[in-house]
Design a protein around this ligand. Sequence first.
Ligand SMILES: NC(=O)c1ccc[n+]([C@@H]2O[C@H](COP(=O)([O-])OP(=O)(O)OC[C@H]3O[C@@H](n4cnc5c(N)ncnc54)[C@H](O)[C@@H]3O)[C@@H](O)[C@H]2O)c1
Ligand SMILES: [Fe+2]
Length: 383
Amino acid sequence: MVYRMIFNQTAFFGRGAIQEIPAQAKSHGFTKAFIVTDPVLLETGTVAKVTDVLDKAELPYEIFDNVQPNPPVENIQDGVEKFKASGADFLIGLGGGSPQDTCKGIGIIVANPEFSDVLSLEGVADTKNPSVPIFGVPTTAGTASETTINYVVTDTANKRKFVAVDPHDIPVVAFVDPDLTDSMPRSLKVATGLDALTHAIEGFITPGAWGLSDCLSLQSIRMIAKNLAKSANGDVEAGEQMAYASYITGMAYSNVGLGLVHGMAHPLGGRLNVAHGVANGILLAPVMEYNKDFSGEKYRDIADAFGVEGAYSDDLETVRDRAVAAVRELTAELGNPTTISEVGATEGDLEALAADAFADVCTPGNPRKATLEDILGIYKSLM
Ligand SMILES: NC(=O)c1ccc[n+]([C@@H]2O[C@H](COP(=O)([O-])OP(=O)(O)OC[C@H]3O[C@@H](n4cnc5c(N)ncnc54)[C@H](O)[C@@H]3O)[C@@H](O)[C@H]2O)c1
Ligand SMILES: [Fe+2]
């Protein structure tokens, strides 16, 4: 077995990390930035935090703020045209997963125009050229798009989300600055934090996991178990730890893959526009339950990370149940929905959701091979 690990060239962490952007641009010889972001971040002043730094350094930029949540193909195509007209020579993906993923799609298509339909990038995309260089600047603590080789796009015509996996899209430099994540409202801290927890747990139990990814995934689970609820309740120090925990799990899952939670969450986003982290939060404990006999000793580590007594001494069955219960309790404490009917699913949606989940690129990463009937059964149990 040979393991491949792909990381950013450089990453900065800490309050004030975005101050490093101009010097990094200069050292790479970049002269004009194209900032990909969304209208909320523009209105609420998050974009200004970055443009103030660029203004001070007299680094020219143009802002593209058209990105929608669960970004559609059209956002990327629009961005490609605007980028070409801008004269910029590098990209700044500024936002949660949606702007950062759109930014990756833009950078990839500008460098590989034969994929301008966007849809042909699905799965392991066969691009030949690295993206236009990207600086990744997260404003949520969940997707870790700033350090992953993936991006997620919505095929609006077919109401589905798809994942593009492409080492050519990884941001060259990441700037994880908790000053940009503090402003998240509670609901967004919860949703994106549950996304990060799902990455950490799925990346930990996927068959592709190994020693190096386990260090990252397990440490991230520990940090999230300790800090997510506190962060949601306004503890700024805990919020800072969540920003780092998200990045740490991103370094692992980007390289080893995810599983059925993500496979089943994507159709909820694509068909019903459910926020990605909310969908993961609904599915995480039920899918952990479904996977528990296929997880070896790893639920002991998860239980221990959640502070469960006897994680390494009690019998495995009991500990596995306690690990699932610990995740279920955290999700309940955070107030995330627990059924898919709460987020708009009806009986009539279930077959199409299950078919999409079965075909999703994340599903094969699950430790237990899920059949279409298994997936339908899990969705039904969550009505
Ligand atoms: N690239 C990857 O590896 C990867 C991994 C997981 C998920 N995703 C994708 O990322 C998307 C979800 O990203 P997300 O959960 O980060 O949310 P998002 O980017 O969709 O943002 C959701 C909302 O939160 C607002 N927001 C963002 N940061 C804020 C802040 N600091 N303060 C106030 N409001 C803020 C945005 O303006 C937006 O309205 C989904 O499409 C998902 O499928 C990508
Ligand atoms: Fe995710």
